[in-house]
Write a protein that binds this ligand. Sequence first.
Ligand SMILES: [Fe+2]
Length: 257
Amino acid sequence: MNTYEKTPGGVGVFFPSWNDLKQSESEARNPFLSPPPHCQLSTVDCRLPFPLRYTIGSIVGENRMPTREDAWKLLCEYTASESLRKHMLAVEACVRAYARKAGADEETWGLAALLHDFDYERWPNQEHSPDQGHPSEGAKILREQGYSEEVVRAIITHADYCGVPRQTALEHTLFACDELAGFLTACAYVRPSKSILDLEVDSVKRRMKDKLFAKGVSREDVRKGAEELGVPLEEHIGFCIVALREHADALGLRGTL
Ligand SMILES: [Fe+2]
């Protein structure tokens, strides 16, 4: 059973089933969106202690930008939920696609998207504290580990309740893709094919009008996201569908097709 959990204020998290997370061999060979071998979803131990490399790095003053592999390890360390991991991967796919379209730094944009909810499971912050819990606690960790302020700020601004206005293209893009990625996943799951491959924009728009469908998803935030991007809603939906299709296997969205 799929559920959609939503905290008011624009931080929704989609939870698909465990079976959707099993990876095929071809996915494992896909260098993008597939977890590194040591972080396979079925084997990763999220109780692992804080990665030693970060401790060593801070001691010797290492000052390098963490890589996607670093980010994935951090994500796995703090997030046991397979569905929440997949949500972050789905948002990453959409944001990376927008980065390529904009000619922006895809790696930086990808890191922000991949990590935007990494602290949610540990500090869900149902109270919507602007400076405690998700995403503020995560922001502290990211700063300690050398993530750029561009990445950290984008993550903070995706939660409206933090009260930090979105300003950059990355910040607007992350917000715009967060809710929509979850909604598109829900739309795919209820299709006979259970696939993103045959999901069309018109179908998504019809679902948006159905107040009972994935009712935790704020339609207002989806529309606001497109507005902030300056892109018609239909175009935004279509763009993200294509982005998710490119990684349908890794995201468990191929269904029966
Ligand atoms: Fe999210």
